[in-house]
Ligand binder design. Structure first.
Ligand code: 5RP
Length: 221
């Protein structure tokens, strides 16, 4: 019998421990894959000193597992940031934000020397964009940001009933084929009202642990 998607997530969550330097403070992302990583982290024989968390949900889980959580402002750098992705391409560029935590994720990733992405094989994409691109936006700018996406071929819709940990709505943008993630990330970052775009190109993964039915495949970029 094959492994379920959740079993593949658990597999890479455990595999990520090999990239965690004991005794250090690390960055921890958000999502169902990271939840498995947090559970594994709590079982390390030589534990981490603590974690900077990218969401309230991850903070709660870390604290419940006895792992100390530090504020981002308490550290200057992290050796590693471990997080999932909604899509990852062949260069380590990602779409993130399916769990609405993209802004804090980018902030914590920015503190880290290395980004270790943990993902099941369904997340691999040739070209980013089949997964609707999440964008955190200041509410008053929603219509004009949506119009800018329409002008480049994207259909933006407000994610119903969702506010981020920062209190802002999320736009999900369908129909984009993101062939140049670095350029598009830089462009969207210039649009007034955009808090964070879910393209992680400047903050791409350095390594991806991909969960496949044949086991964990390590991809380096
Ligand atoms: C949250 C994210 C997650 O990393 C992404 O949504 C993947 O989630 P999961 O591990 O549950 O598949 O970007 O904002």
């Amino acid at each position: 019998m094959g492994m379920t998607q959740d079993e593949l997530k658990a597999l890479v969550g455990r595999a990520a421990l090999a990239h965690v330097p004991p005794g250090t403070v690390i960055g921890v992302g958000t999502g169902s894959t990271v939840n498995h990583f947090i559970d594994a982290l709590a079982t390390m024989r030589e534990p981490v000193a603590g974690a900077v968390s990218s969401s309230r949900a991850s903070t709660e889980r870390l604290v419940a597992r006895g792992i100390r959580v530090l504020e981002a402002g308490e550290v200057e750098r992290l050796p590693v940031y471990v997080d999932g992705a909604d899509e990852i391409d062949g260069r380590g560029f990602m779409i993130k934000g399916g769990g609405a935590a993209l802004t804090r994720e980018k902030i914590v990733a920015d503190l880290a020397e290395r980004f270790v992405c943990i993902a099941d094989a369904s997340k691999r994409a040739e070209v980013l964009g089949r997964f609707p691109l999440p964008v955190e936006v200041i509410e008053m700018a929603l219509p004009q940001v949506a119009r800018r996406f329409a002008a480049i071929g994207g259909q933006a819709s407000v994610r119903e009933g969702v506010r981020t940990d920062n209190g802002h709505p999320i736009l999900d943008v369908r129909g984009l084929a993101i062939t140049d993630p670095l350029a598009l990330e830089a462009e969207i970052n210039q649009w007034p009202g955009v808090v964070t775009v879910g393209i992680f190109a400047r903050h791409r993964a350095h390594l991806c642990l991909l969960g496949t039915p044949e086991g964990v495949v390590t991809l380096r970029y």
